[in-house]
Design a protein around this ligand. Structure first.
Ligand code: GLN
Length: 450
């Protein structure tokens, strides 16, 4: 804990990854863990962890980096926080994020602008950009992020670390402030695959408080890593749609070198097609905004959140509270989502998107009939400049082209550092996709190839 706190002191003035650090609390927990000594049922004994600031932490602020929740302190822990603490981990800090997880660069935070530790004129990615930058800057060995449309994998890729989005249902969402409930998953962000395996081990499993968490056995992920030394007999699908237009040369070439490495380790590369991929961004943004507009209705200044103090009547109190509490991007999404769900438009937008979602999922399921894993780049480019895309929401949405589709399918994905881009000198992320509950296979392959 002291090492991490020192590191936070030296890097944080520049990186600005954290929005709340409770050093005293972390040190006290560390002292009592020291007094207890290590034990087999605490595999994360004494490991400091950073949490994205949309995970409820008892007695500690949980703001989603929004003015709306500026003063919110939950009286309970998210399920994953309890599980980490039971495993002996120490909550060190809460990390910066796009407001309510809406964004791809962490520039939508109402608190501060996190910088990419590799180049502080660039974004760390988003929305879990604070978690990614913190781990990349050595502030903690691991962090939790959430991935609704890429928010673990893309910032992991931009910051040169490992990030895992588990299968929908693998990890309980209880105590995660909901954004797109049918898409959200919590997962680890770490410097190596073995650390992600250890954190996933602690947080995975059924929780009666989240009805979408699935009651199937959690395998021993760490033991699985030790069993695999090469990839002979593995078939890795290379989806055509991920390797074509819009991909920058340096990302294409670094990811191709990763594929070559997989081949050298014995894997067979298979050409596959996921033909509905081109509809994924439109489908994702319709569905996620619709779900967000519904989820965020609870922040009305009465049930939750900031309340305007200068309202003349009830309606004005709602509208002023929401106008003052939510930033521009959140307001845009609530409006668009409400439109997509409204009578007369529902069939054309929400229902159609739900139907296309199924087609996208079917593409993936078909590909997994002949492949063990799939592989593609995480994002079309390396980390872009601060402010480069903030004036053009559509350009920002388009950066999610390779990450959104997976969330629509519910399947798991692992983002790995593939190398350094030749032109930008920045990390390039590559991702592996797996079949439902195929986290062991993802981690095994990632461990061989990292
Ligand atoms: N960039 C996507 C969005 O803004 C993904 C965000 C996320 O995964 N939380 O919705």
């Amino acid at each position: 804990v002291n090492t991490c706190l020192d590191r936070i002191r030296t890097t944080e003035p520049v990186v600005q990854a954290l929005v709340h650090t409770d050093a005293e609390n972390a040190l006290n927990t560390a002292r009592s863990l020291d007094a207890q000594g290590p034990s087999a049922d605490m595999p994360l004994w004494g490991v400091p962890i950073i949490l994205k600031d949309l995970l409820a932490t008892k007695g500690q602020p949980t703001t989603c980096c929004s003015k709306m929740l500026e003063n919110f302190t939950p009286f309970y822990n998210a399920h994953v926080v309890d599980r980490l603490q039971q495993a002996g981990a120490i909550v060190l800090a809460k990390s910066n994020m796009d407001e309510f997880a809406m964004g791809s660069s962490t520039e939508n935070s109402a608190v501060q602008q996190t910088k990419n530790p590799w180049d502080t004129t660039r974004v760390p990615g988003g929305s879990s950009g604070g978690s990614a930058a913190a781990v990349a800057a050595g502030q903690a060995p691991g962090a939790l992020g959430t991935d609704t449309g890429g928010s673990i994998r893309q910032p992991a890729g931009f910051c040169g670390i490992v990030g895992l989005k588990p299968t929908y249902g693998r990890v309980s969402r209880y105590g995660l402030v909901a954004y797109g409930s049918s898409l959200d998953q919590i997962g680890p962000m770490t410097r190596c695959v073995a650390d992600s395996a250890a954190i996933l081990q602690a947080i995975a499993g059924h929780d009666p408080k989240d009805s979408t968490s699935v009651a199937i056995e959690v395998p021993d992920y760490t033991a699985a890593l030790e069993q695999t030394t090469d990839l002979s007999g593995w078939r890795i699908g290379v989806p055509r749609e991920y390797w074509g237009d819009g991909l920058s040369d340096e990302v294409a070439e670094t990811c191709r070198a990763f594929l070559d490495q997989a081949r050298e380790h014995g894997a067979e590369l298979v050409d596959v097609s996921l033909p509905h991929t081109k509809y994924a961004i439109a489908t994702y943004y319709i569905l996620v905004m619709a779900e967000a507009s519904s989820n965020l209705s609870r922040f009305d200044g009465v049930r939750y959140g900031h309340r305007a103090d200068d309202a003349a009547n009830l309606m004005e109190m709602y509208s002023k509270s929401r106008s003052q509490g939510f930033g521009r991007e959140v307001q845009r999404r609530i409006l668009l989502g409400t439109y997509a769900l409204s009578a007369g438009y529902y069939d054309a937008y929400y229902k159609k998107a739900a139907q296309v979602r199924r087609l996208i999922r079917d593409d993936y399921l078909q590909a997994f009939a002949s492949c063990d894993l799939l592989c593609g780049p995480v994002a079309p480019t390396t980390a872009f400049g601060l402010g480069e895309k903030t004036d053009d929401p559509l350009q920002m949405y388009l950066t999610d082209i390779f990450t959104n589709p997976l969330n629509l399918t519910g399947l798991p994905g692992l983002s790995l550092p593939a190398g350094i881009g030749r032109t930008s000198g920045l990390p390039v992320g590559v991702q592996l996709f797996g079949p439902a509950f195929g986290e062991s296979a993802l981690l095994q392959a990632g461990h061989v190839l990292e």
